[in-house]
Each structure stands twice: as C-alpha cells, then as structure tokens.
Design a protein around this ligand. Structure first.
Ligand SMILES: [Zn+2]
Ligand SMILES: [Zn+2]
Length: 381
C-alpha cells in the first residue's frame, strides 16, 4: 500500500523576508516587537473600563445617559483605528527577485563603467523629475531596488516602505502609505477620548464632592485618581502628536521628511508633493485613493511542500524569516504584483511629469533613526 503524501501549499507570507510577524494565515501583519503595542491596548482599555465602571453610572443618572453612549462609540472607534493601523500592511515594497536584482546590477555597472580597484564606486542614485524638481532615488542594498520617491527602509521591520512616515512602536507597525490616515484618525480620536474622560472625571468628582465631600468621593471611586493621572499625561503627548501630524498633513509632508529637513534649508527645494493649498493637501492625504497591498501575502507559492516539514505551522515563520533575512536573494515571488507598483518600475515611471498628481496623493512615510531617506532634492536647472 503506497504511503499517502500529504502536501500543503505554502502561502507567500510564509516566505516573505523582513522582520514582520503574521497571524491569521497572513491576514494580520505587524512588526516583530509588539510589547509596547500591548501596553497601548492595556492603557486604553484599562482607563476606559475604569471610566465605565466608576463614573458612567453616576453621570448617566445625574447628567445624561448620552455621556456613556458617546464614550462607548468613541472608544470603539479608537480601538478600530488602532487595530487597522497595527494589523495592516503599511505599504511594504517587495524586494527584487534574483533576476531583477541581477539586471539592475548590470544596468548600474554599465552606467558607472569600470571603477579602478581601490576607488570607491559612485553612489547608486537615480534622478527623477517631480513637479519640475529633481528628486534623488537611492538604491536599497537590502531590497535590491531603487526606492520610489518618499519610500524608506525601516531598520526595525527590515523592509522598504512606500511613503514611509515612521516606525511607531506604540501601534507595533510602520506607518506608511497604506495606514497613515488610520494612524492619524487614531491619534485624533484618542486625543478626543482622553479629553472627554479627563473632563467628565473632573465633573464627576466636583458633583459628588458637593454631595458627600471630596475625600469620601475618592474613597468610593478609587479608579478616578488613576484615570485622571493616566489621562493627564496621555493628553499632552496625544494632543501634541495630533497637532504635529495635522501640521504635516496640511503641508503634505511626512515625519521622515520633516526630521531630515528634506524640504527646508538653504539648498533644498520646495516640497514637490504639496499642492500649496492646505485644503487640497488635507483632502489628498485623508480622502485620497486607498492602495492595495502589493505583497499578495495570501497568494499560494508555486511549489508544494510536505506538511511534515512545516509542522510548526505559522509559528515557524520567525525561524523562516531568521533564515531568509540572512540571504541576499529576494524571496518574494511577486509575479502578481501589478506592474505599476513594482518598485523598480515605479521609480522609472515616476520620472514622467504626468505622474506627479498621483504621487503627491500618496500618504506620508517616516524613517526610523537609522534609515536613509533619499528624498534629498536639488533645484532643477
Ligand atoms: Zn529596503
Ligand atoms: Zn517598521
């Protein structure tokens, strides 16, 4: 009797390089370090639970039942935006396939000519024109691609991310082209929720103190002090962060570009992505088109692999990644990647001035400290 060979098709997320973790069979994608993300969840859920337990019953009876209802709606929206930001692909660019990488290498060598031994080869840069300005695209030695405009390599996730804004440990993910607006809505609504809880905590303490005295009020609602403290410290940071991102959105700028001063200083040009109009910039960043993920995480790999060899299941992905990141050869079979979003091709396409409005419509990206954003620009002659 012949042995039955059980095979399981591997999905592409299981072979993706980079330092992301996946769950739900590739539907959820996050950075590997998630400790601070859990702290964020704990603080939000914990503080809101105390508010619902100690203040809401009193306020609903003595002020209005709308207070807890609105708090619940705001809380649910905050959590939804947080999870949407944390669990999604921020706009990771697939690495070049070995053949693509070889082709780019050949192109670079042909362009640079032979470099005498001992001399440093010229930097790998391509220039593209965006809104009459020359923008330099740097070559990523890890991903083997020329990064599209505004993309940067996140050293924590080890991926190039399109319109990279920053890597945010509080949401446990990069913030880039595909999740920036959700990140912004998260900071905005969390600021409102914090102000809301803080304000109604004060109202609650004042109303109860009139009836039964300040100290006995605190004794009866021990959560109040904790809530006020958490809200007080969260409030300043969240309102400040929301204000900062509102400012960036109004300029159509990313945190990465702001930190690196890409569009400021004597020898820098103007931001070629800005419409020079606050309303247009805000509309583009917050209401512009959404972009599909180009990773095709749940697509099936071509080859079959025995189940036994993969008995660890999705949990073995960390090991897989640990092996794959050591290799220089890209492992993403991105044959389903739409041509217009393939990084190397996208970089070339962006040289066409007619592509400028869509490029400007991209969401802001930021870089972790070690990343090299290459959006330095020189004035077009
Ligand atoms: Zn890269
Ligand atoms: Zn990252």
């Amino acid at each position: 009797m012949s042995a039955v060979m059980i095979t399981r098709k591997l999905r592409k997320w299981e072979k993706l390089p980079g330092k992301n973790t996946f769950c739900c069979d590739g539907r959820v994608m996050m950075a590997r370090q998630k400790g601070i993300f859990y702290l964020t969840l704990f603080l939000i859920i914990g503080t809101c639970s105390l508010f619902f337990a100690f203040e809401c019953p009193y306020l609903a009876v003595h002020l209005s039942p709308a207070i807890p209802v609105f708090a619940v709606l705001l809380f649910l929206f905050v959590i939804a935006m947080l999870l949407r930001t944390s669990f999604s692909d921020p706009g990771v660019l697939p690495r070049a396939l070995p053949e693509e990488a070889n082709f780019i290498e050949m192109e670079i060598e042909a362009a640079n000519g032979s470099v005498p031994s001992g001399q440093r080869p010229p930097p790998r840069i391509r220039n593209v024109q965006i809104n009459n300005q020359i923008v330099k695209l740097k070559y990523c030695y890890t991903c083997k691609i020329f990064r599209p405009p505004r993309a940067s390599h996140c050293s924590i996730c080890d991926n190039c991310v399109d319109r990279f804004d920053h890597h945010c440990p509080w949401v446990g993910n990069c913030v880039g082209k595909r999740n920036y607006r959700y990140f912004y809505l998260f900071t905005l609504t969390l600021s409102l929720l914090t102000i809301y809880i803080f304000a109604f905590n004060i109202v609650h303490v004042v109303m109860r103190s009139v009836d039964q005295g300040f100290l006995s009020t605190l004794k009866e609602t021990p959560g109040t002090v904790l809530e006020v403290l958490v809200c007080f410290f969260t409030l300043w940071s969240m309102v400040g962060l929301t204000g900062f991102h509102t400012y960036l959105i109004s300029l159509n700028q990313t945190t990465n570009e702001d930190i690196k001063g890409s569009w400021s200083g004597k020898n820098r040009g103007q931001n070629p992505y800005s419409h020079k109009n606050i309303v247009k910039n805000c509309c583009e960043v917050l209401c512009g088109p959404t972009y599909p993920s180009v990773l095709d995480r749940r697509g099936l790999m071509q080859e079959d692999s025995p189940t036994a060899a993969n008995s660890e299941g999705p949990c073995s992905f960390d090991n897989l990644v640990a092996q794959t990141v050591k290799t220089t050869a890209p492992l993403i079979p991105n044959e389903h990647t739409p041509d217009d979003v393939k990084p190397s091709i996208a970089a070339e396409k962006s040289s066409a001035p007619k592509d400028d409005p869509p490029l400007a419509a991209k969401l802001p990206p930021l870089a972790s400290p070690e990343t090299d954003a290459e959006t330095s620009i020189v004035k077009n002659q």
